[in-house]
Ligand binder design. Sequence first.
Ligand SMILES: [Fe+2]
Length: 280
Amino acid sequence: MNSTLAEREAVTLPPGHPGEGDPTYIARRGALSKLVASVDELGTSLPEVQYTEEETEVWRAVMDRLSNLHERHAASAYRQGFRRLGMSPSRPPVPGSLAQRLKEQTGFGLVLTDGLLDARVFLAHLGARRQPCTVYLRHGSRPDYTPEPDLVHEAVGHAPLLTDPEAALLNEVIGHAAAHASVRQLQALLRLYWFTLEFGLVEERAGLRAYGAGLLSSFGELPHAFSDAVNRRRFDLEAIIEQDYAHDRMQDILFVVPSLGAALAEIQPWLRSREYASLA
Ligand SMILES: [Fe+2]
């Protein structure tokens, strides 16, 4: 159900949110929420967002920590995408310009959202080649942490990889399958998405690299993924769909694909297979 504009303006942060008790942050979230609510449903014309000095500082603080980690740990397709999108470590991207650049690469668009979406709605956007994108930034007191997706997660985590045709197609096929998925099939799709596009690792010639957005947008999670604390397993579709995960702590199991093309070559036919159909 849609909330009214008045409700959207009065943003209530979940208990424990780092911005709780900061009236300036809450007011800014309300203003951005109103801006997102004013966009037409498919986000075909995206408003320009003027980021404040405080928000720019948050972006810089995160990127200061992430840039070196990306050099060492990010997949080559991701690093190439980061350059192609003209992303800057010193200022947040304007969603309209980011969307336009992304569109030119793989036809993927951005749809502005105001927080976590229902799983089916989220996946339906991916199936239609639209990446849901929040516009607010995490609270400045905790550049290392956000309890919800923010612009860092979307723009730094997801957008660069979407410039890669195979990654874009992987997003699309997982998203597209959700349209007619049963509850069990939806759970399988969400796990597949989680262990690939959110937290996936890929074996490259130079060594193991990260391509998942949850890793690439977090300066805590990214080095953790390469530490001894994590059980890194070979990509195994049947194991993934049985593997539970938690949103609220560092991952202790990750899956490694030989390449994005190889993952796609397994996932695409599986979604048309009898095994997948039997989950209905
Ligand atoms: Fe994500």
